[in-house]
Design a protein around this ligand. Structure first.
Ligand SMILES: O=C(O)c1cc(=O)[nH]c(=O)n1[C@@H]1O[C@H](COP(=O)(O)O)[C@@H](O)[C@H]1O
Length: 285
């Protein structure tokens, strides 16, 4: 039997030590320029370096948004890879936000790229879109599990357009409901062992009463619940309480712009992340 700790176990240990905040690295043009940097490769590099210095060893998990690095082509990806390596070597978990989702055979290549045993730039977890069907993610679910890594599957996203797909009802349940069930099934073995599962869900802090309206049981998922939308998108601590109810203990509040706006100083960034973390920890406990 493998003795490699699971992603769920590693995440639980990390949040116990550092608090629940998932700090985003989203080098938007406006943010980069507001730090007095030029919006080019040098600016991207300086922005990312400051984030890594501020967050490494101080928060449980960091979520770089791949899109903002892809903008700069392969040199931008190299900046992302350096950040992933440096964060992970400091012991900070990395959730790469790339929202991958494709037919199974292509999904297998995405899984190999980010979660595989021989991945060039491995991450601890990856965001994934299940809208080609939850089972299309099977290669990523299995590769993640085999290598002690995790997957965060979009269930109820923070954008207003998400509802038109995710709230739709089939013969038995809503689309989001089937995603919740899929994640709960993946985490069943961990649940029996008393561990947090490694298949997480993404449920935005801005989804209002959707969880209740659709009758979703998020506590039954027994996995981490990434909650983007806090801060810049209008989500508040009170919203988290309303949205997640008895599943609050598994929530990772995700904040990018609100924390990043404290830059460019490394200490100021770290302090903002620390204060957000403390506020979230007292809410969730
Ligand atoms: O998967 C995500 O992280 C995500 C899902 C979602 O439903 N909504 C959402 O905003 N996100 C991401 O979370 C980050 C939000 O950034 P801020 O609004 O600046 O905190 C961005 O990187 C988004 O791509």
């Amino acid at each position: 039997m493998s003795t490699t700790p699971t992603f769920g176990q590693r995440l639980r240990a990390a949040t116990a030590q550092h608090g629940p905040l998932c700090a985003g690295i989203d080098p938007h043009r406006a943010l980069v320029e507001s730090w007095g940097l030029t919006y080019d490769l040098d600016g991207l590099r300086a922005f990312t370096r400051a984030c890594v210095e501020a967050f490494a060893g101080h928060v449980a998990i960091v979520k770089p948004q791949s899109a903002f690095f892809e903008v700069f082509g392969s040199p931008g990806i190299a900046v992302l890879e350096d950040a992933i390596r440096d964060l992970r070597s400091s012991g900070t978990l990395v959730l790469l936000d790339a929202k991958r989702g494709d037919i199974g055979s292509t999904m297998a290549a995405y899984a190999e790229a980010y979660l595989g045993e021989s991945a060039v730039s491995p991450v601890d977890a990856l965001t994934a879109s299940p809208y080609l069907g939850f089972e299309s993610l099977r290669p990523a679910l299995d590769t993640a599990a085999a290598n002690g890594r995790g997957l965060f599957v979009l269930a109820l996203t923070s954008n207003p357009e998400g509802a038109s797909v995710q709230h739709a009802r089939g013969t038995q349940s809503s689309v989001a409901g089937s995603i919740v069930q899929g994640a709960a099934d993946e985490n069943a073995t961990a649940a029996t062992a008393g561990d947090l599962g490694s298949t997480g869900l993404v449920v935005g802090a801005t989804v209002g009463s959707a969880v209740q309206d659709l009758g979703l049981d998020l506590a039954s998922v027994n996995g981490p619940l990434l909650a983007p939308g806090v801060g810049a998108q209008g989500g508040t601590a009170e919203d988290l309480r309303r949205v997640f109810g008895d599943a609050l203990g598994n929530v990772l509040p995700a904040s990018s712009r609100e924390v990043l706006a404290a830059g460019p100083g490394v200490t100021a960034l770290r302090d903002r992340a620390g204060r957000t973390n403390e506020a979230m920890a007292s809410l969730l406990s």
